[in-house]
Design a protein around this ligand. Sequence first.
Ligand code: ATP
Ligand code: PAU
Ligand code: K
Length: 248
Amino acid sequence: MKRQNDKKHNPWLALTIGNSRLHWAKFSGAKLVEAWDTEHLGAGDERLASGEWKKLPLYIASVIPSETLFWQNFPNVKIVNRDQIPLKGIYSSLGIDRALAVLGGGVTSGWPILVIDGGTALTLTGADEQRQLIGGAIFPGLKLQIKSLAQGTAALPEIPLPDRLPDRWALDTKSAIQSGIIYTVLSGIANYMQAWWREFPQGQVVLTGGDRTLLFNYLETLFPDLAKKTKVDPNLIFWGIRNLVITH
Ligand SMILES: Nc1ncnc2c1ncn2[C@@H]1O[C@H](COP(=O)(O)OP(=O)(O)OP(=O)(O)O)[C@@H](O)[C@H]1O
Ligand SMILES: CC(C)(CO)[C@@H](O)C(=O)NCCC(=O)O
Ligand SMILES: [K+]
């Protein structure tokens, strides 16, 4: 990938295409100036479609191949691929978002690094001090669990999630769904964290993705000792892309 010189403060854009929405960042050299999310419109981001932004270098990391094709028509697009990621042991179908988030977490927080991405899918991805992929796990994210219950049953409604940890023992349907999803997801995550720190006592753990704040709030109440050692950073994938783009 063509690198650009950090010192010039050249503007550039990063776009992450996730399963629920698009995540954008505007950089000036190595500095993240602004980050924002948009829906999957098909028509693209309005700010990009008009004006001088259209000419900026746009680095795209996508987990949806059909969407990548659409953006390829823009004038200065560079697609980020798995083989550009400086990590060892990447498998051929590993999500580019997971590879970039673990790289971005490692270069900002240090190695070994475990990234927990609370997105459409909830993923865990670890890499060791040698930047070797340890592996991870994938399961349905919070919203997807709620949706799948509502879609697969007659009586269960699609409910919102509370900002704070609810009671474990629920006496109505809404609270029962909230409890079931939140307590099982959090004990699952805690179990992975404990296994991670047994193997890598000096390892980092960073939470990212659209559900990071909710997950961290629940974690703080249920597992305060684990929460104390856990960082939250919404921009891991962008730090990963920056690491590929900027010469140090
Ligand atoms: N405005 C929003 N739109 C969609 N999801 C949101 C929003 N705000 C918070 N979320 C939460 O974010 C989660 C989706 O996370 P994120 O936006 O990181 O996913 P994504 O873009 O689809 O990425 P990926 O495909 O990599 O999981 C959902 O579970 C949802 O609860
Ligand atoms: C798991 C998701 C959907 C998370 O966004 C994405 O990283 C993906 O499509 N991954 C491919 C499968 C894998 O990472 O093993
Ligand atoms: K994600």
